[in-house]
Each structure stands twice: as C-alpha cells, then as structure tokens.
Design a protein around this ligand. Structure first.
Ligand SMILES: CC1=C(CCC(=O)O)c2cc3nc(cc4[nH]c(cc5[nH]c(cc1n2)c(C)c5CCC(=O)O)c(CCC(=O)O)c4C)C(CCC(=O)O)=C3C
Ligand SMILES: [Fe+2]
Length: 387
C-alpha cells in the first residue's frame, strides 16, 4: 500500500475537482519515514545517512535508540493518525480530495506514492511536509527528494507523476503555534508549585551544522533563517505564556540530536549541557522543555528528550517537564486545509489572507533561488524558483 488506508477512493475524473481546492486534485503528505521493526533499523539508517559522512559510532548509537523502542519509530503511526484526522477535517469541510503519503527514507516511499497518484489520474498535488522550518534538512532536501521521485516515476512504465506544489512553511502559523502555547502552559502547570514561577522555558530543536544554519533561507537574506525562525516562534510562545500566567519567565533556544564528526561545529548549546550549566549557576529551580522544532513525538522527542534529557535532569535533581507537540491537535490538522485552500486561491489568481504570528510574516509559496542550498553544487529540486 502506498496510499494511506483512509485515502478516499479516487473519484471519477469528472467530479474530482472540488471548487475550493482547484487546481489541486490530491494532497500528498511528505515525511521522513522511520523503521517499523528491528530488521528495518539498519537499512533505514543507511537510507538516511547515504553520502552524509556520519561516523559509524553515531549510527550504532542511534540504532540503539531505536532498538530501545523495539526497533520501531513512532513517526509512521503518527503520520497515519495525522492522515486519519486530516481526512475527517477535510470531509467536514466538504473537501473530498484524495490523500496520499510518501516518505524520504522508508516505506511508503515518495516514488511509490507518486506512481500510485499517477495511476489514479492525479494531475496536480499540493504537498504538506512534516517539517516546519527552513534549512537544507528541513526543506530543500525534501524538495530534492521530490524531484528525484518524479524522475523515478518518469523512468518507470506508466503515466508520469503529477505536478507538485509544496505548501508554505507553517512554523509561524497560528494553528501550529497555539497548540504549542497550550502545551507549554500544561507542562508548567504540572511542575511542583514552588518551582513553577521561577521555571525557565527551554525551547528545543534539532541541532544542525552551523554551516547549514548559515546557508538556511534565501542567500539574499544573509542566511541564519533556521535559528531566526525558531527564535521568532519562541518569543511569541513565551510572550503568550507570560500573558496567561502573569509571570515573565526566562526562555532560550537549545538543541538536541547532534550528529556529525566532533570537529564540525553544530548549533549549541545542547539541552543536557545547558541544564547542567543552569543548575551549576543556581539559575533556575525547574525547566520546561518545549520541542518547538518538532511537529510530533517522534524518536528525537521520545529518546533525546523524554529519555536522555530526563535522565540528566534527574541526576541534577532538576524538576523537568516536556511540553507536548502539535501532533494531531485539530488546530494543527486544520493548518493543512488553510494552506491548501490559500494556495489553491493563489494559483487561481485570487487575493488571499495569509495567517501568521510573530515578526517574520507569512512565508513564500515558492522557495527563492538557491534557498537553503547549503553551499553545495545545486542539486535539482522542485517547488523553487530554481526548479
Ligand atoms: C533539521 C532536522 C530535522 C527536522 C525536520 C524534519 O522533521 O525533517 C530532522 C528530522 C528527523 N530526523 C530523523 C532521524 C534521523 N536524522 C539523522 C540525521 C540528521 N538529521 C538532521 C537534521 C534534521 N533531522 C541532520 C543535519 C542530520 C545529519 C545527517 C545529515 O546531514 O543529513 C539520522 C542519522 C543518525 C544521526 O545522525 O542522528 C536519523 C536516524 C527523524 C525520524 C525520527 C523517528 O524515527 O521518529 C526525523 C523526523
Ligand atoms: Fe534528523
């Protein structure tokens, strides 16, 4: 099965076009993929790291994280749940658009999803990527993989892949940010009362190489979009939390899941190092970790935060709570519909209102040339000016 179980059977071509979402006749959920059993772990890791120069020891270590959870990543089940929720959301809005799902690194693969879409007669699909921020890893690499998958389908027998448009970045969409605010409030409320007012908020995201951050966003904006976008969202969330609780809390951005060789600089501080420092300085009685860089509780969250960082906090005697991720919060699920109908209207040449919070403003529909190119020779990528 390449398309998801809840995919509506593709309607006959004549009634496929739903007014709200024309010119789109399908939606493709694009994600990372993860192993679903112990035998999948090594081949999955090889897929992820092919040509990336990740040290062998790191792979063995990350493999152990997966084995500790039975060799099964939660990410695919989270995408299945997201698609189920999205089906309900779209149906309630009268949008009978078929849904498909393809991953970069594991079954169901993008190429198979696109081949299925082509076979079903899909001509133009909007893509929602489960990665919210700009960077090569979070955006451009997905666009390169979409290009590759379209090429793969062209090399197979059968119809060509549909035209693909990537829906815009949503890190600053209220439907993503609001659930994060509520999750932060809930995590704070769960702390021991005497530690609550002084608790520090640590917004956590995936570390990436400094060079990848420097190259993130369009070159003419000078780079650093990855960190800048996170800081913008963190400021909005912290501000809202302060409003609701009546307490101004210190907050900052920290990182998890560093890989790569030790001599290569990656974004710091690491969440564990920072908690140690804070305790040494006597700077805080408790912390709330807000995994603002992740849209669901996948392996980085359940291992790097809920397992490793929690162990560090316990060792330090530092009360720690981890805020939930957007996951299948109905407000986050509805972001897909909002961006889909917004983009459809744009493609029909209509004016649209674009939701966003914070300082950055609504993001572009089509990535600028060389966006997030990471200093490498340009690899072909879809959904950009340089496509
Ligand atoms: C920015 C970013 C996101 C967020 C955007 C997004 O969501 O896409 C993300 C997501 C994810 N990363 C994931 C897994 C892995 N990432 C790795 C490696 C790497 N990630 C990087 C960055 C990111 N990664 C980087 C710069 C590397 C180094 C290699 C390279 O330069 O390409 C490795 C190899 C081992 C290691 O090095 O850790 C694994 C296994 C999973 C699945 C989790 C699950 O199974 O639940 C997810 C959602
Ligand atoms: Fe990763």
């Amino acid at each position: 099965m390449t398309s998801h179980d809840t995919t509506t059977p593709a309607p006959a071509p004549a009634d496929r076009q739903v007014a709200d979402v024309a010119p789109y006749d399908a939606l493709l959920l694009v994600s990372f993929g993860g192993p679903e059993g112990p035998d999948d772990v090594l081949p999955f890791l090889e897929n992820v790291t092919r040509g990336r120069g990740i040290p062998r020891e790191r792979l063995v270590e990350v493999g152990e994280h997966y084995y500790a959870f039975g060799g099964r990543s939660p990410i695919n089940d989270q995408n299945r749940a997201f698609l189920d929720a999205l089906r309900v959301d779209l149906d309630e809005a009268g949008i009978a658009l078929p849904l498909y799902w393809g991953n970069r690194n594991w079954d169901p693969y993008l190429t198979d999803a696109l081949a299925q879409m082509a076979a079903d007669g899909v001509t133009r699909a909007a893509c929602f990527v489960t990665s919210a921020y700009s960077s090569w890893s979070g955006c451009r690499q997905y666009r390169e993989n979409l290009y590759d998958a379209v090429e793969d389908v062209a090399g197979r027998e059968g119809p060509d892949a549909p035209r693909l448009d990537k829906l815009r970045h949503y890190f600053n969409h209220p439907g993503f940010v609001d659930p994060v605010v509520d999750a932060t409030l809930a995590a704070l409320a769960d702390l021991p009362e005497d530690a609550r007012a002084g608790a520090r908020i640590l917004f956590v995201t995936h570390s990436i190489p400094d060079s990848m951050n420097d190259a993130s966003g369009p070159p003419e904006q000078g780079g650093g979009a990855y960190v800048a976008q996170h800081l913008d969202v963190a400021g909005v969330v912290a501000g809202r939390v302060a409003e609701v609780t009546g307490v101004e809390r210190a907050h900052e951005l920290v990182f998890c899941s560093r890989s790569g060789p030790p001599q290569m600089p990656w974004l710091e501080p690491d969440v564990n190092d920072r908690m140690r420092e804070l305790v040494e300085e006597g700077a805080t009685p408790a912390v709330v970790l807000v995994p603002v860089g992740f849209v669901s509780d996948h392996m980085e969250v359940i291992y790097d935060l809920d397992t490793e960082a929690l162990e560090t906090a316990d060792e330090l005697g530092l009360p720690m709570r981890r805020a939930g991720t957007a996951g299948t919060d109905p407000r986050f699920v509805a972001v897909v519909r909002d961006l889909l109908t917004e983009r459809a209207a744009v493609e029909r040449g209509e004016d649209v209102a674009r939701s966003s919070v914070g300082e950055t403003g609504p993001m572009w529909d089509v990535c600028p040339a060389q966006c997030c190119a990471n200093g490498k020779g340009p690899r072909p990528a879809l959904c950009g000016r340089d496509a």
